[in-house]
Ligand binder design. Structure first.
Ligand SMILES: [Zn+2]
Length: 507
């Protein structure tokens, strides 16, 4: 998958920047002649062990149980019932290996953070892969792995962070109100886990340090106290993370970060460290274009393999703690669309502002589908922010609200009959329809479809989703913003997207 986005530089004045990410394939080719470290080797090898049939993020408990069930025929894996969720869904413990070092890995304690669960399936396949036999044999003697996959199946059902009680399991480590939290505590204590892997996803607006690059993978060796003390076992976790970060930098340069190390007294990671377990938090962040996080799943898989290998052969001991300290922290500074320095006219005044959009996700009633919910997040001085897409107005653009077509369209035929290319180029980009679904209203098209009863065009204000143009000093309409997506009116993409919309059905 090629994730390299070249910035279309239309002119020196009006620059559309799209956040780039690394293109992996040329790098992998060039490394194949050398002896790549395990992380890169496993990244390259992922396709061979990738668990099939799970290409989207909103999988559920039955898909997970089916994959655990499939391990039962393999004598290397021990499967047991760890307990049950609030709504009675079974949570399994999967054990592999018989070594003295006990490693506990739990995934998806937040129901809407599924990447590590997918990577875990891939890891199990790797453990059974003939190509991986040398590592597997070594691990088997050194490590006992216990997995608690999908610790929050009730949350995953509705793609929510919390469990069915509305409790964030990662704030329940002390009180242990939730059965899922009790399961996790029980396994840590009964194993007396030497290592704990706390596996999560983070939101899409973190950059790695003060850059315009997304934080693709973030780590933390959680602190045991407010002072963020560094007892020797926490330093072990830091060293391991330092080595993983160095390996990842070769695949995703500048896109590895540290998660906030503020002490949270109720969180499992912090308490695991307090209880004496070397704890590794891993967060799958975001890569541009990787909507269902399948490339991140691959990176995450390679990271897990490298981590376990580093523990099995004790190689983390050779990494200085500084390798961890040098990792930049996540910065919460990205947005989806950032328009810098545009003139807005309100009343008789003209004001120079920045505008940014964020696209929240909302899950469909079936729990499987989702759609973007774009809205203006902030207006004003947004100079600290970056974005997936940035438009530089340099004070020379004026925001012009799009006009709404005067007729209410009764159906596709009526919509198609209008000369939309000309209408859009002359300032009309909103159509009202008698019947329009939410998906159609939020679609990625250069024509805003609104319901008969909608406020056809919303005001330019936080929380709103207006349709508007950016007009240059010569009076030309340069960009059209629909549902938080910017269309360059001088490039052909908007015409083909319009064609697709009008030639397709709306049903
Ligand atoms: Zn989480």
């Amino acid at each position: 998958m090629d994730l390299l986005y070249l910035s279309p530089m239309n002119s020196t004045r009006f620059v559309l920047t799209i956040l780039w990410s690394v293109s992996f394939s040329p790098m992998v080719t060039s490394l194949s002649a050398q002896s790549p470290d395990l992380l890169r080797r496993m990244y390259r090898h992922h396709e061979e062990v990738r668990e099939e049939g799970l290409d989207q993020r909103r999988f559920k408990h039955p898909e997970v149980m089916a994959r655990i069930q499939a391990l039962k025929s393999d004598p290397d894996f021990g499967i047991s019932t760890a307990g049950y969720s609030v709504q009675g869904r079974e949570i399994k413990a999967v054990r592999w290996g018989s070594g003295p070092v006990k490693v506990l890995l739990w995934t998806q304690m937040h129901g809407d953070e599924p990447t590590a669960t997918l990577s875990t399936f891939d890891l199990w396949n790797a453990l059974r892969d003939p190509d991986f036999l040398p590592e597997a044999n070594k691990w088997k003697k050194q490590l006992t792995l216990v997995f608690l996959p999908l610790l929050n199946p009730d949350g995953a059902l509705v793609y929510d962070r919390q469990n069915a009680l509305g409790i964030d399991l990662n704030r329940d480590a002390l009180r242990l109100t939730s059965p899922e939290a009790r399961i996790l505590k029980h396994w840590r204590d009964s194993l007396s886990a030497d290592w704990g892997f706390n596996l999560h996803d983070q939101h899409r607006y973190y950059s790695a340090g003060n850059t315009n690059l997304t934080s693709a993978i973030a780590f933390l060796a959680p602190p045991p106290d407010e002072k963020r003390s560094q007892p020797p076992h926490r330093q072990d976790a830091m060293r391991l993370i330092g080595g993983l970060s160095n390996g990842l930098q070769k695949l995703i340069p500048g896109q590895v970060a540290k998660y906030s190390d503020a002490f949270e007294p109720r969180a499992f990671g912090d308490n695991f460290t307090k209880w004496g377990t070397r704890t590794i938090l891993i967060e799958a962040g975001w890569l541009p274009g990787d909507t269902e996080k399948q490339t991140l799943r691959r990176l995450y898989f390679a990271t897990l393999v490298a981590a376990l290998d580093g523990i099995a052969n004790q190689s983390f001991n050779q990494v200085p703690v500084k390798a961890y300290s040098d990792i930049p922290f996540n910065q919460n500074r990205l947005t989806d669309l950032l328009i810098r320095e545009v003139q807005v006219q309100v009343g008789k005044g003209t004001y120079l502002v920045d505008i940014c959009y964020k696209h929240e996700e909302s899950t469909g009633p079936d729990g499987r589908t989702w759609r973007r919910q774009p809205a203006i997040a902030e207006i004003g001085d947004l100079s600290p922010y970056g974005a997936y897409t940035i438009l530089e107005g340099q004070g020379e653009w004026t925001l012009v609200p799009a006009a709404t077509h005067p007729h209410v369209m009764t159906g596709m035929d009526e919509l198609r009959a209008e000369p939309w290319t000309d209408l859009i180029l002359s300032g009309t980009a909103v159509a009202r329809m008698a019947n329009v679904t939410n998906d159609q209203r939020m679609a990625n098209t250069p024509l805003a479809l609104r319901h008969l009863d909608d406020n056809a065009n919303e005001p330019v204000y936080p929380g709103m989703n207006p349709t508007f143009y950016l007009r240059d000093q010569r009076g030309n309409l340069r960009y059209l913003i629909v549902n938080g997506i910017a269309w360059d009116l001088r490039s052909p993409e908007w015409r083909s997207a319009l064609h697709d919309l009008l030639s397709g059905g709306l049903d």
